[in-house]
Design a protein around this ligand. Structure first.
Ligand code: GLU
Length: 418
């Protein structure tokens, strides 16, 4: 075992960081499909295979009009550290397309998914690269793509994708994993400062898979979620979201979403962001769960001035650099997505284990493994405290996550030689 000093000299001498920054391979492809009117559409697709040092390439697929290669490169780089932190044998990748599923019919999405996987299939497989979902790609799309992969691989059963519907071999709890894991991690952060989620007021953004399950777990622990948000604005629940309000909000589409029934204790503020609204409702905790750069300097100011003390990232890199610096200056404890939202990919890792062993674990087993992994990640960051502490002596989670993730990857890279 190398001492820390010797190890970092070895990492520098063998140019580990420089090598980690460069993806192993980037695949770019054209996706052509027909819309419901019969017109031919063309989109661009990519898969950034960042590193397979620790295991098969692993990471989600994102379909969104804002996707381009630079976004996927930063997400794949982040994924490498996140996946290393889970402690599971997972390499790292990210992929997607500049296709926006919003407003597309089910048939159009099915045709797009089929065309997308026809192009990607030769580059993935259970021991090669195992994509999952991300923004715009959920269980339904993964189920369709899993069957396309199977057809293109001589009928091999699959296991080339995770996050599949449970009927097609998906793991129990995969849908819940990222949101639940985020709350497990938040709970560990609170315990660290002698506190717990009971009665806490929480501002959450988004209303996708991560947000939904973060709300459900937070509610189960007695916290009050005061905001959720969509592209058009923010829903505010001054007394905390109830189960009925959440169900309504997840289902509401179009104009109806702006007009919640009075009985739900919910109001919609068009064009508003969840952070100022949450701060006005006394949010002590912020959980950005939508997308990158969703929380800027003004939002950070509003949150800190409103008394927010803790933030954990359900999304990947949701804070701008200025927002992060402001919150740090104000002493707000922050957990980066690569630690706090690692529950999703961790349960994907458990789905790979189940698929490889032709096994199906009950939900309780997956849930307790998820909780253990999130607590282990927290413990690993805490172990870095000596070199990674805030001016007030707390854990600098951002630095600790980078150091702990980097160390695992760097050791593997050194062991693998040049
Ligand atoms: N897209 C998720 C993430 O950002 C999950 C990836 C996976 O399950 O492979 O970590």
């Amino acid at each position: 075992m190398l001492t820390t000093e010797k190890a970092s000299a070895t990492f520098t001498a063998t140019r580990v960081l420089e090598r980690l920054c460069e993806a192993d391979r980037i695949i770019a492809f054209r996706v052509e499909w027909r819309d419901d009117a019969g017109a031919v559409r063309v989109n661009r697709g990519w898969r950034v295979q960042q590193t397979n040092l620790l295991g098969p390439y692993k990471g989600g697929l994102r379909w969104d009009s804002g996707v381009d290669l630079s976004v996927l490169k930063f997400l794949a780089f982040e994924q490498a550290f996140k996946n290393a932190l889970t402690g599971l044998p997972l390499g790292a990748a990210k992929g997607g397309a500049d296709f926006d599923p919003a407003g597309r019919s089910e048939a159009e999405i099915e045709r797009f998914a089929t065309a997308f996987m026809a192009a990607l299939a030769p580059h993935i497989g259970p021991d090669l690269d195992v994509p999952a979902g991300d923004i715009g790609v959920g269980a339904r799309e993964l189920g369709i793509m899993s069957r396309v992969w199977s057809r293109q691989n001589g009928g091999r059963w699959g296991g080339a994708l995770t996050g599949k519907p449970p009927s097609l071999g998906g793991s129990a709890m995969r849908a819940e994993a990222t949101g639940y894991g985020l709350i497990h991690f938040t709970r560990a952060m609170l315990a660290e400062i002698g506190d717990d989620p009971e009665g806490k007021r929480i501002a959450i953004s988004g209303r996708g898979n991560v947000s939904e399950h973060a709300v459900r777990k937070a509610m189960a622990l007695g916290a009050k979620v005061v905001t959720l948000s969509g592209r058009a604005g923010t829903w505010v629940a001054p007394d905390g979201l109830g189960a009925d309000a959440l169900d309504w909000l997840l289902a509401a589409r179009g104009d109806a979403a702006g007009d919640p029934p009075a009985a739900l204790g919910l109001r919609f503020v068009e064009g508003a962001r969840p952070w100022a609204e949450g701060a006005a409702e006394g949010a002590e905790i912020a959980l950005p769960c939508a997308t990158q750069n969703e929380l800027g300097l003004e939002d950070a100011r509003a949150l800190a001035d409103g008394g927010c003390r803790l933030l954990a990232e359900g999304a990947n890199m949701p804070l701008t650099a200025k927002a992060e610096a402001h919150l740090t200056g104000d002493g707000v404890i922050q957990a980066p997505g690569k630690a706090a939202n690692a529950g999703g990919v961790a349960v994907s890792g458990l789905e790979m284990q189940q698929n490889a062993g032709y096994a199906r674990w009950p939900a309780e087993r997956v849930d307790s493994a998820l909780r253990e992994i999130m607590c282990d990640i927290h413990a690993a960051l805490k172990a870095e405290r000596a070199g990674c502490c805030t001016p007030s002596g707390g854990i600098d989670y951002r630095r600790a996550a980078n150091v702990a993730g980097y160390r695992r990857l760097a050791r593997a890279m050194v062991d693998a030689g040049v």
